[in-house]
Design a protein around this ligand. Sequence first.
Ligand SMILES: CC(C)(COP(=O)(O)OP(=O)(O)OC[C@H]1O[C@@H](n2cnc3c(N)ncnc32)[C@H](O)[C@@H]1OP(=O)(O)O)[C@@H](O)C(=O)NCCC(=O)NCCS
Length: 154
Amino acid sequence: MKLKNFTTKAHAFFNLLPADWQEVIVPHWDAIKSTTLVYVIVEQKQIVAGGLVFSKCPPDMMYYEKQAKKLFKKDNIYLGFIYVMTPYRGRNLGSLWLTKIKELYPKQGLWLAIEDQSLDRFYIKNGFEHIDTILTPDQQQEFVYAYKPIPKVL
Ligand SMILES: CC(C)(COP(=O)(O)OP(=O)(O)OC[C@H]1O[C@@H](n2cnc3c(N)ncnc32)[C@H](O)[C@@H]1OP(=O)(O)O)[C@@H](O)C(=O)NCCC(=O)NCCS
């Protein structure tokens, strides 16, 4: 299965996201589309999984902008809005999406933030580690995870 760059067709992916996710990304899309990429996995002409790759602080993480800047300076990229369509979950597509992103950016570190701590297992399984815990402006805890590529020795 291939990863497809859907940046120019971003809305085809956004339309499949839950309404509360759409609210935080769609209104900002025009302003951030020059620094954000959309990658999807298509199965039988349908988007089954996807996510966004940011090279600048995402609009829903502005309270973390200072720390984000440091992470971006070290050539890391931020992953957000990772979503597998409900009937396709548990079939490794989320992990496949992450694997394909790692292949596409072999030298770059990846980082992301989650609200739902039960996702810890999914990201640990995919080689990420918990690097920070944030308190959001509305006093919610968020957990920052990062993945570092292993440098080639030969
Ligand atoms: C999280 C998500 C991307 C995982 O994709 P997926 O294709 O279902 O995951 P995979 O099949 O690759 O991996 C499944 C593993 O992750 C774990 N996992 C997946 N989603 C989980 C969840 N919501 N809570 C707890 N564990 C979860 C499973 O326990 C499973 O572990 P196992 O293989 O050891 O049994 C998908 O469930 C999803 O889109 N969820 C809703 C949106 C979301 O929460 N996105 C993440 C935002 S940061």
